[in-house]
Design a protein around this ligand. Sequence first.
Ligand code: ATP
Ligand code: MG
Length: 405
Amino acid sequence: MTERYGAKKEKKMEFHSFLIKYGEIGIKGKNRYIFEDALVRQIRYALQSVDGEFLVHKCHGRVYVDCEGEYDYEETVESLKKVFGIVGICPVVRKEVKDPEGLKKDVTAYVGEMYPQADKTFKVEARRANKRYPMNSMELNCALGEAVLDAYPEMKVDVHDPEVRLNVEIREEVYIYSEIIPGPGGMPVGTNGSAMLLLSGGIDSPVAGYMVAKRGVELEAVYFHAPPYTSERAKEKVIDLARLVSAYSGPIKLHIVNFTDIQLAIYEKCPHDELTIIMRRYMMRIAEHFAKKNGCLGLVTGESIGQVASQTMQSLAATNAVCTLPVYRPLIGFDKKEIVEISEKIDTYEVSIQPFEDCCTIFVAKHPVTKPKMEQILESEKALVGKIEPLIAKAVEDVEIVYCR
Ligand code: ATP
Ligand code: MG
């Protein structure tokens, strides 16, 4: 049986399954199966691109990934680490059910392979799900503990705070595991509705998308470009970023909106120190249009208080005023350094810093207003009435959709 399984890359131990640990707070009753089904779905999605065949299933209130045949251990773990809702990943060795002597041999062999120094404090946590087995859980704890002590004199029992919790579960097969690899936490994507992310080519908005997806929210995205002022490469960069975020969030439907004529109209008709604010207000209006059309429950941006002129409290208020859906700004209290750290962790940083202009950097005033007055902005926008509506209608109609996965 053992030969059927195994890790392709060099990894001493051969694991045949992963037990997935997930947070249990707030998932009682009916919510529990919604949570678990979403988790199973997201795990399947994450493993699609991994070498190997996997069976993801729920069993006795737990989620398991069984690895059928050869698979890439490192890649599998890396992919599971991106699935929100997982708090721990336990690599499991599966053995046939044997009599107590055979079981002791399997367990001591596991300890020898996992901990070659064999000098840890440990505790056996046995569970007998298969009630036909001749020893109960307490008896198994004692017998297996003794077997480990006999085999490895440097191992010591510590029932209160052991370094190693040696889990041995007797089911249709015997499951042995002790290692818990931390998962990303959060909630499985798909358990909390969907939101429309305003995704630019910068550092912040991909991180904002990641953070909202972490709470179980499915993402769509919208990117505003202004050809020929922004290049094809800038657009490709945003598609690349959406793909990177989708490794965590699942597939993202990206709306690419041609903003050039709208931007030129604003440039022509409005005071230049208000350009960014007014542009941002039109972006929000168009993003909200797509959000509502597709049933998204909110908008998401990468804004953080005071980062630039368009993100002062006054500017945020002016931008916010055009929206009727809630606008989620998960980075609102973060310093740039903290945002950069997350972007490095989720692998978007290197793409974000590629030097292609996004549409906001072209039409920026030397001295933008930092404390826009609402009445003044509304007054300025009056100059656009009659001219901007058809431009918006056309931009919306000509939207290009790219599915990023
Ligand atoms: P980022 O790093 O996300 O680009 P930023 O620091 O450059 O952010 P701004 O350019 O002021 O900040 O943009 C603030 C937010 O507005 C962005 O985080 C993003 O959510 C949205 N946004 C800005 N430009 C665009 C765009 N061209 N397309 C879509 N959304 C945009
Ligand atoms: Mg930007």
